[in-house]
Design a protein around this ligand. Structure first.
Ligand code: ATP
Length: 326
């Protein structure tokens, strides 16, 4: 069985509590008190092989905790997970060879005195990659990530963006089938962000990898994923395509119409007039009325330009995070 199947997954952390002050510090040496944090609550979803899914939510929603459970770093408090047919926290070798957890904020592991190529060879040994596969994968990653100039450099002398590219190569040299990407564009400059997005899309196309990606940058999600899972306070609030989410939150659309004659028209008879600038009017109307009204405008007026605008995803998500709508 491949892909990802998550059933009733939960994670509760036990956090030590201590009041401020020396006396409380001494007291806690003898009598520790704990409180529980329910980071993930009974979540279920499945991801087909080759799917690229955005996993989004506000700070503290439970995204990283979920990715850690799915990659076998954390043992959950309850529920089951199957990734490529394996239970992640059993950490069987074939499972570890088939996944990669890539965290944007995390430095490359291993000795930083090594060159990038030596680190890649070290990884080849750990993951038991054949010489032939290593050469093939290295050639492909060198091209996709523009690594030619970096292979001979020491890891510690790399810039943040270069380190990210080399970190990706290290995680992908054994060609994992499932990628857990946690904020892969965090802290990168505009050029590096664009390169990273193109790389992820291209890696998935070439290898058919399954991807679960978290990002606070909606453009990452919008450009890479058809489906999103939205989590908040450990609970899944939405699972579906991007358009569905926008439609659910924003029942109206904006219609921008430019006409070639300069007569005054009774715009209000077409919809709510939001803006009028010379021959261009912006009308707000319920999304289900858009096709009918477009046909009416084209029939009744001399239209030179017409476009339908969705509210940007960034503002839709911002609304959810701020107001907890959904
Ligand atoms: N090791 C831990 N011990 C105790 N509580 C933790 C631990 N790790 C996370 N938490 C808590 O669990 C909840 C979920 O955290 P998690 O890091 O999974 O959220 P997130 O969605 O990844 O957030 P962010 O977008 O800020 O990275 C938060 O309330 C967090 O404080």
């Amino acid at each position: 069985m491949s892909g990802i199947a998550v059933n009733h997954l939960s994670m509760r952390y036990k956090v030590p509590v201590r009041e401020a002050g020396l006396q409380a510090a001494l007291g806690s040496l003898f009598r520790r008190r704990y409180r529980e944090v329910q980071a993930v609550q009974d979540i279920s979803f499945s991801i087909e092989p080759g799917e690229l899914v955005g996993f989004i939510g506000p700070n503290g929603a439970g995204k990283t905790t979920t990715l850690k459970m799915l990659s076998g770093i954390l043992h959950p408090s309850g529920g089951t997970v199957r990734v490529q047919g394996f239970t992640p926290w059993s950490r069987e070798v074939p499972f570890l060879r088939s996944i990669a957890l890539i965290r944007g904020s995390q430095p490359i592991g291993g000795p930083t005195e090594l060159t990038v190529l030596d680190s890649l060879r070290f990884q080849q040994t750990i993951y038991d990659v054949s010489v032939l596969d290593f050469q093939k994968n290295l050639a492909e990653l060198t091209e996709l990530l523009d690594l030619e100039q970096l292979l001979g450099r020491q890891v510690r002398a790399l810039s943040l963006g270069e380190r990210m590219r080399c970190g990706l190569a290290l995680s992908l040299i054994y060609r994992p089938r499932v990628l857990f990407l946690d904020e892969p564009t965090l802290g990168l400059d505009v050029m590096a962000v664009g390169m990273m997005r193109r790389f992820i899309a291209s890696y998935c196309r070439r290898t058919g990898a399954t991807v679960l990606l978290t990002s606070h940058y909606m453009v990452d999600v919008e450009t890479l994923c058809n489906r999103i899972i939205l989590i908040d306070k450990g609970i899944i609030k939405y699972d579906g395509d991007l358009n569905g989410l926008t439609a659910r939150l924003s029942p109206t659309k904006l219609l921008r119409v430019t006409i070639s004659d300069s007569h005054n028209h009774d715009w209000q008879s077409y919809g709510e007039l939001v803006e009028l600038n010379g021959a261009t009017a912006v009308l707000r109307l319920p999304r289900e009325q858009v096709p009918g009204l477009t046909a009416r405008l084209l029939a009744e007026l001399e239209v030179s330009d017409l476009s339908v605008e969705e509210p940007p995803l960034e503002s839709v998500i911002d609304q959810i995070y701020r107001e907890g709508v959904l």
